[in-house]
Write a protein that binds this ligand. Structure first.
Ligand SMILES: [Zn+2]
Length: 497
């Protein structure tokens, strides 16, 4: 049981990752010779086979039928609407779990085969460049993970939720599973009466039948596959209003509704606080999905962040700490969701910013100075760079532990880069940069180089040497304004429990 506020943090991803040794990226796919149907990827440095070249997805339509228990596959129909960016004789989708029953392309039956983590489709008529693709896949979606491959569906005490980051959406549905290809989503869930199904976005209809109910939800903004959320459970849905009428919607286990109510009231003030820092909330609604499950992390699924129930009910977690994680996931709606990473090496843009606002919130509301946290991070930064790589050139995931890219080098290490930048260019320029960043790249994806360029433009001077050291260097540069701060590459002493 945690004894001190700081020691409770290992339940979150950042510190869990700190326990992992340095990782070596192993690409097994590269060793196999290409055949007529072979796995493809768009060349992400950390996940080479994620995503597929040759098309751009505009919309997904997902339909799931829940059988009433979470250890059996759901039946599903996934329709992908895309535009070919080159002539296509074959189309690859990422899909790695579940059975494919049939595939249609533009209304005609298509041949398909499975290879690696790809579903390779041969349309009966080749698709010309610029042509429209409407791919319908009838398949199952299996919530039971084979050993060593977590992610995708999360089995809760009363149903299912989703945690697809970074590379697990294609364990749930066939897709172009990369955040650089965002699309609109319609999500439809049929479940036996007694269950409630909720997904990202706004409700678009409920249809009740004798034994089951079908809920439909639609996003009002494009979304990355990794941020899709579907909750099926014995849930209570609470609705209230946030700042300027922003609809807030929370989904909690029905039996925990009263215990969780005081926490849910905090969201509105947190949204107002973040809007005062970075500008308007970027989506159509927000809310918390709180589940009875052991995930070991919280996740910023778009418009509906996923949290473990025990974060709110375990008395050992201080109030400021719980609120800081709420603000962390809320910050991601701007940094990570509205502005997605263009590659997974840009992950520090997500986690560095979310850690930054989490830390700033705690400074302003709980009198826990950010400078103290940043000084501690500075002390560990060289070690984090040795074990995880520089913030913008992180080491790859460990084989079988793809979540291991979520290391401290991108969390407090990423926030430390932002702290150094604010020291370097001053608070007014830094605050202008933050607002400009989420405004300029809203509903899109962006790279680290985009951030560097915008920072230079905002500061009115070339910051490339600054970023070279802070984002790409093997050693932590001196901290502007704090020449006495020291960093060490030796492992920190173990946390006492
Ligand atoms: Zn995060």
């Amino acid at each position: 049981m945690p004894q001190t506020p700081r020691s409770v943090i290992p339940r979150a991803r950042r510190a869990r990752a700190a326990l992992l040794a340095s990782a070596v990226s192993v690409c097994l796919i590269a060793a196999s010779a290409p055949t007529s149907a072979h796995p493809q990827g768009i060349g992400d440095r950390l996940f080479p086979t994620l995503g597929n070249p040759g098309y751009d997805v505009g919309a997904y339509d997902l339909s799931f039928t829940y059988p009433g228990r979470n250890d059996k596959p759901l039946t599903a129909v996934t329709t992908v609407l895309a535009r070919a960016t080159e002539p296509l004789e074959r189309v690859n989708l990422d899909f790695a779990r579940g059975t494919v029953r049939s595939v249609d392309v533009n209304g005609l039956p298509a041949d398909f085969t499975r290879t690696g983590e790809d579903l390779v489709i041969t349309p009966s008529v080749p698709i010309p460049e610029g042509g429209t693709l409407r791919i319908t896949v009838r398949h199952t979606s299996d919530p039971v993970s084979p050993k060593g491959r977590d992610g995708g569906w999360v089995r809760t005490d009363d149903g299912l939720a989703m945690a697809n980051q970074a590379d697990a959406a294609h364990l749930v549905f066939p897709c172009n599973d990369h955040p650089s290809d965002k699309a609109m989503f319609t999500i439809r869930v049929t479940a036996p009466n007694g269950y409630t199904a909720v997904a990202n976005g706004l409700p678009a209809g409920v249809r009740r039948a004798a034994q089951s109910t079908t809920w439909t939800y639609r996003t009002a903004h494009p979304m990355a596959t990794e941020l899709a959320q579907v909750s099926i459970g014995r849930s209570a849905v609470t609705r209230h209003q946030g700042p300027h009428g922003l609809p807030l919607r929370d989904v909690v286990p029905a039996q925990d509704r009263e215990a969780l109510a005081p926490w849910l009231k905090k969201t509105s003030g947190q949204v107002a606080w973040l809007e005062s820092k970075v500008g308007p909330y970027p989506f159509e609604r927000y809310g918390l999905l709180i589940v009875r499950a052991k995930t070991g992390f919280e996740l910023e699924t778009q418009t509906l962040s996923l949290f473990e129930k025990r974060l709110f009910t375990e008395p050992a977690y201080p109030k400021w700490y719980v609120e800081s994680l709420m603000v962390h996931e809320l910050s991601h709606q701007w940094f990570g969701d509205s502005v997605s990473p263009h590659t997974w090496s840009d992950l520090w843009l997500n986690e560095g910013h979310a850690t930054w606002y989490e830390s700033l919130y705690v400074q302003e509301t709980a009198h826990r100075p950010m400078e103290k946290r940043m000084k501690a991070a500075y002390g560990l930064s060289d070690y984090w760079r040795v074990t995880g790589g520089p913030p913008a050139a992180p080491k790859g995931p460990k084989p079988g532990q793809k979540i291991s890219i979520f290391r401290p080098n991108v969390y407090d290490g990423g926030a430390l880069v932002l702290y150094a930048l604010r020291q370097e260019i001053g608070a007014p320029a830094f605050e202008r940069l933050e607002r400009a960043w989420v405004g300029l790249h809203r509903d899109s994806s962006a790279t680290t180089a985009d951030f560097e360029r915008l920072a230079s433009r905002t500061a009115g001077r070339d910051l490339s040497a600054f970023f070279e050291g802070w984002l790409h260097g093997r050693k932590t540069p001196p901290m502007p304004g704090h020449p006495d701060w020291k960093s060490s590459a030796t492992p920190p002493p173990p946390v006492r429990r």
